[in-house]
Design a protein around this ligand. Sequence first.
Ligand code: SF4
Length: 202
Amino acid sequence: MSVVRVGMRTDSCRVLGPGDRAVLWVHGCERGCPGCIGVSLAEGAFEEVTPQELANWYLGTRAEGLTISGGEPMLQAAALAQMVQAIRMQRDCGTIVYTGYTYEELQDLARTDEGIAAFLGCIDLLVDGPYVEELNDNVAYRGSSNQRLIALTDRYRQELRTYYEAATGREVEMRLAGSRMMLVGVPGREQAAMWREMAGRA
Ligand code: SF4
């Protein structure tokens, strides 16, 4: 039985794509980008959840769509594709994915990896490329300016102009999940530094 290793999830967020979105942060990443804000998701605790259970979780939310980040989603592409397909059997769901791979690398991998091919087929908007600390110039929705917002379907094509015009200023949300505090969104340098300081004190 396939499972998804999940680092965190939230059923409502307004800073990682259009509208009210559910967000899933998958666990695990081998890239080790210096300055990665998601390092606890790359290396920390996680739960294992089946694609159908995650689909049921999403279907219980009122979200317009789902944003998947990490960690590296492409390491679990097949199970995530199953999850999105299970959701879409019941309800429409716009899907945004953040990955450290470039789109071109994924297209190459998809020739021999059925999971990546299936998952790419589920994605409406891809945010691609690794985080590069020196290129973190506060562009909206992306950690660094080498990352691209690529519309793989028409669903969010109109929103892309707004995304690129929002050249500065990042919004984050802080949420409490049980006793755990979550920083949701793509933080700017100062926000990330503040978060690290707070996490260090906790
Ligand atoms: S690809 Fe993303 S999650 Fe992985 S180390 Fe880089 S910034 Fe962190």
